[in-house]
Design a protein around this ligand. Structure first.
Ligand code: ADP
Ligand code: MG
Length: 199
């Protein structure tokens, strides 16, 4: 709950920057979408007090879909699918977190019909998940694993500048998108950074 509230604050704080990133390659609404979605989520939090993690994430996903209905639907479905996988759980350990992220990546890939190297949020999500899995397998602490994930996410977001988008609105601008960082990969990196800062 605390994490979701903090993500909402971060999205509000970075609203203008994310929207600026969406300007040259999209329709200048990514920051507004994220902030509006999480503001609606904030309103649902009181009802979620004491509920299991699965219910919380599912509600977050459904609230985001209903307030920011349009694309990028993949991210919202990621939350919902992740929620279903954690139904009944009251607490989450690193294994749960990694399997939640696995589910989220798969949901985004399926719903978005996208894969890495297409200049979407997946270019941050996939390498960060790999870095976190590797760190966990090496016996690193949860904090270290998350920090490795955050570094990989930002490197991935940075790498989207070198990619020509083939999915989503950014695909309409083709090669003119080169040099621009993907807003979705950026907002994902912020989300993970918030999570890492709270554990
Ligand atoms: P919209 O594209 O409807 O304006 P936003 O601006 O809020 O929505 O979000 C754009 C972000 O969504 C992109 O930066 C990209 O990361 C992500 N995205 C767009 N299309 C896809 C897709 N098909 N698969 C995965 N992610 C996508
Ligand atoms: Mg947009």
């Amino acid at each position: 709950m605390e994490i979701i509230r903090a993500i909402g604050l971060k999205m509000e704080a970075e609203k203008e920057y994310l929207t600026e990133l969406d300007q040259p390659i999209g329709d200048s609404d990514h920051g507004i979408n994220m902030a509006r979605g999480f503001a609606a989520v904030e309103g649902k939090l009181p009802d979620l007090e004491g509920k299991d993690i699965g219910t919380i994430l599912k509600t977050v996903g459904m609230t985001l879909v209903s307030t920011v209905g349009a694309l990028p639907a993949p991210v919202w479905f990621g939350y919902m699918k992740a929620g279903m996988a954690l139904a009944g759980k009251e607490e989450m350990d690193m294994d749960d977190f990694l399997s939640m992220m696995d589910t989220a990546v798969q949901a985004v890939e399926q719903r978005g019909k996208a894969t890495v190297e297409e200049a979407t949020m997946l270019d941050a999500m996939v390498p960060s998940l790999k870095a976190m899995k590797d760190a966990a397998a090496e016996g690193k602490s949860v904090r270290e694993a998350l920090e490795a994930g955050v570094r990989a996410a930002w490197a991935g977001a940075e790498h989207t500048k070198d990619l020509v988008a083939t999915k989503g609105r950014a695909s309409y601008v083709g090669e003119r998108g080169l040099g621009h960082q993907d807003p979705g990969a950026t907002s994902y990196s912020y989300m993970l950074e918030v999570i890492a800062g709270l554990v």
